[in-house]
Design a protein around this ligand. Structure first.
Ligand code: AMP
Length: 267
């Protein structure tokens, strides 16, 4: 059974559509995941997708996908400027990011729901997201802010290694591979992302600190913000997130397993 939908429409934009969308939840979740780089948003996003079925929409992934396929997407001056900013650890301009999101507006009213990760990062982006959601329908169920002390974040980022082939994420200390430098899943070579190098990490953390305050205020004022302690193990952090979502008290099916059971053909 397919556990995750593919994200072709999100990664490619334009007219691209997802070809293997996975089981439909009866009532999709619309979530935003906030937090500093390295706090574990990607790890928690995988768990949320697995459990609740929402499509993982990461803006950082759009740019990384463009880096991997330079002839397709990174050809435009706009995308080139975005990738240059990313390599320096800086934020891509609101103008470019918003244009990229507008191009993918279909993903914001997808029947699978969404888990936005890495967007919005500025209050301007948050306002545009509100407008787009008003235009296409869904209301945000929750904005989850993952919070951890800076020393925990730096330790997590500097030890992170990514597989060149399958893009799986590992950690030299917390999630080591069996053979140093080689991916357990596919045997691919592991590397340190350019923006995880110490000089870029500092720029990224500064960029986060300089812009996130008003975004947090924006969602606190809207009543959808939940601050979750992310300093523990991935399992502990996920339990904290589940507690928040389940306290939302939704009467309909809550997880992808329930959706898959409903959609499974009778035995
Ligand atoms: P992430 O994977 O979310 O850490 O994003 C990687 C990089 O992509 C960031 O350091 C930024 O350069 C760029 N980026 C991703 N999302 C945004 C955004 N919403 N606004 C500005 N820059 C972004």
């Amino acid at each position: 059974m397919l556990r995750k939908g593919d994200r072709t429409a999100w990664l490619k934009g334009g007219r691209a559509t997802c070809i293997a969308p996975g089981p439909f939840p009866k009532r999709p979740w619309y979530l935003v995941l906030l937090g500093p780089p390295g706090v574990g948003k990607g790890t928690q996003a995988d768990k949320l997708v697995e459990t609740y079925g929402a499509c993982h929409l990461s803006t950082g992934e759009i740019f990384r996908a463009a880096c991997r396929n330079p002839c397709e997407a990174a050809d435009s001056p706009v995308m080139r400027a975005a990738l240059d900013a990313m390599a320096r650890g800086e934020l891509v301009s609101d103008e470019i990011v918003i244009e990229i999101i507008r191009e993918r507006i279909r993903c914001l009213h997808c029947m699978h729901g969404f888990l936005l990760d890495g967007f919005p990062r500025t209050v301007e982006q948050a306002r545009v997201l509100d407008q787009l959601l008003e235009q296409v329908g869904p209301r945000l169920d929750a904005v989850i802010l993952l919070d951890a002390p800076e020393e925990v974040i730096i330790q997590r980022l500097s030890g992170r290694r990514v597989c060149r082939r399958c893009k799986a994420s590992w950690h030299v200390q917390y999630k080591p591979t069996r053979v140093d430098g080689i991916c357990d899943n596919c045997g691919g070579e592991l590397f340190l992302r350019d923006d995880d190098r110490p000089e870029s990490v500092k720029v990224r953390l500064d960029a986060y600190r300089n812009t996130i305050g008003p975004v947090i205020d924006h969602y606190r004022d809207s009543g959808v913000l939940h601050v979750v302690d992310a300093s523990g193990s991935p399992e502990q952090v996920f339990a904290n997130i589940r507690a928040v979502l389940e306290a939302e008290g939704r009467p309909w099916e809550k997880t992808l397993d329930e959706a898959a059971a409903r959609q499974a053909p009778p035995a």
